[in-house]
Design a protein around this ligand. Structure first.
Ligand code: SAH
Ligand code: SF4
Ligand code: F3S
Length: 438
């Protein structure tokens, strides 16, 4: 009888891709994917802990499976990912949710198959394996890819930056770069298999190669090597740390055939005092110089950023400085987050935590300003003919995106096929461009 699995993923693209590796294991074992809670024989929660909300959402979702498990005794439930990597949280899950069969962290994710088969063969009743990281790259598990035209490729794991608000370095360990030849080979195979977009993943892609490989590889060189691969495709990458984004990388993007003109450059806030407290290692002035340098080489760049509002001691003036920065840079997209206290990080112990009501007010103000900026920015496309990658047809509509990641609704498509087409933009609606094939 056909067995089914359901993977519920929280958090960033790194986790989305990790779930594809878990899916790869399950598919190899003969399982098929389902969206239906009741139909699944294996349910995996791949968790995130970057903010409290992400943890609460996961815990609530796991709780919902208690009655299902009561009905279906041989259902296997696994919890893994960043939240589980925290020893205290993992123990909480182990004791509060006795119906969870398998708990493991980020460093032994590649051992999922072993844990699952141990439980399936009734060798072990429950698996609880939260381990410290090993001084080597994790074993690559073959992915079952689920994100349509896009394929994710890890170029590095972990983070060495220790921004004072952030839990990621504690749950993902130290930076480890994959060898360049391995990454280029993976990209080649994906392009040959028909993927039109590849997104390179790392917490801080600009420090690629600094660790492992004796520091001989670097990100600019990696981009240049991938760009040499024949074919029609786009290469994107996430995420860049402003302190490390070099002129060499920006030039490599500007001179390339395939590297997207989309740069996500999280600034976090516009106050030098707070940037210091956050341990970000740049000033507003230095950040703006980097932005100017990018705009010089890549005039049509699509910039996006992350902002944290309500970091400890943030004053109204600090927040105004952030708004000023948004007006200066003119991002296409801003992801605004309310500061969330993460136990174990330095910022959690700082005085001057900002009340929730103030944080909410600030994030709303931030996002309202950005909506205005975005609307004005998009008008530059009106009447233009641009290259669009058609990505999917849903509810009679065809969706696509530009090389630099702007969403487009394409009308009058006779035959839908994942491919690059030229689209003339006629309209803008709710930050989406609307156009037709020419
Ligand atoms: N390595 C990436 C992604 C980190 S997590 C980077 O540095 O950009 C993604 C975003 O979550 C961060 O950029 C930050 O804006 C936000 N974030 C991290 N910790 C947070 C916290 N404790 N509270 C609120 N937002 C947080
Ligand atoms: Fe977190 Fe900073 Fe590392 Fe990004 S660079 S993952 S924000 S510690
Ligand atoms: Fe969350 Fe882990 Fe990503 S904490 S944001 S899933 S690295």
């Amino acid at each position: 009888m056909q067995k089914y699995y359901k993977i519920i993923t929280f958090g960033c693209q790194m986790n989305v891709h990790e779930s594809e590796k878990l899916a790869g294991t399950l598919e190899r074992l003969g399982y098929k994917s389902t969206e239906d809670d009741e139909k699944a024989d294996v349910v995996v929660f791949n968790t995130c802990c970057v903010r409290e909300a992400a943890e609460n959402k996961a815990l609530g979702n796991i709780g919902k499976f208690k009655p299902i498990k009561k009905q279906k005794k041989d259902l296997i439930i696994a919890v893994c990912g960043c939240m589980a990597q925290q020893e205290k949280k993992a123990q909480e899950i182990y004791t509060k949710y006795p119906f969870v069969n398998i708990i493991f962290g980020t460093h032994n994710s590649y051992k999922f198959e072993e844990y699952l088969t141990d439980v399936l063969n009734k060798k072990i009743k429950r698996v609880y394996q939260i381990v410290k990281e090993e001084p080597c790259l994790p074993l690559e598990v073959e992915s079952y890819r689920t994100s349509g035209v896009n394929a994710w490729v890890n170029i590095m794991y972990g983070c060495n930056n220790f921004c004072t608000y952030c839990i990621v370095p504690y749950v993902r360990g130290r930076e480890k770069s994959r060898p360049m030849e391995e990454i280029v080979a993976e990209c080649k195979a994906l392009i040959a298999a028909g993927y039109k977009e590849i997104t390179l993943l790392g917490q801080n892609v600009n420090s690629y190669g600094k660790t492992f490989n004796n520091g001989k590889d670097n990100f600019a060189e990696l981009l240049e090597e991938i760009d040499k691969i024949d074919g029609e495709y786009v290469i994107k990458f996430l995420t860049s740390h402003p302190k490390d984004l070099s002129e060499k990388v920006v030039k490599a993007i500007a001179n390339s055939k395939h590297i997207s003109h989309m740069i996500h450059l999280p600034v976090q806030c516009g106050s030098d005092r707070l940037l210091r407290l956050m341990n970000r290692n740049y000033t507003v002035e230095k950040y703006l110089n980097t932005i100017d340098m990018i705009k010089k080489y890549i005039p049509d760049v699509n910039l996006s950023t992350d902002i944290i509002v309500g970091f400890p001691t943030e004053t109204d003036e600090d927040f105004e400085d952030t708004l000023t920065l948004l007006k200066k840079v003119q991002y296409n997209t801003v992801f605004g987050f309310i500061y969330s206290k993460r136990s174990g990080t330095p910022a959690a112990k700082m005085d001057g935590q900002v009340p929730m009501a103030v944080k909410r007010e600030r994030v709303n103000k931030l996002l309202a300003l950005q909506r205005e900026i975005e609307k004005v920015k998009l008008t530059r496309f009106l009447g233009q003919t641009i290259k669009v990658l058609l990505t999917e047809r849903k509810e009679g509509k065809v969706f696509g995106k530009t090389d630099c990641g702007i969403n487009v609704i394409v009308e009058n498509v006779k035959e839908f096929k994942v491919d690059f087409v030229n689209v003339k933009i006629n309209q803008i609606k709710n930050t989406k461009l609307i156009g037709e094939i020419v």
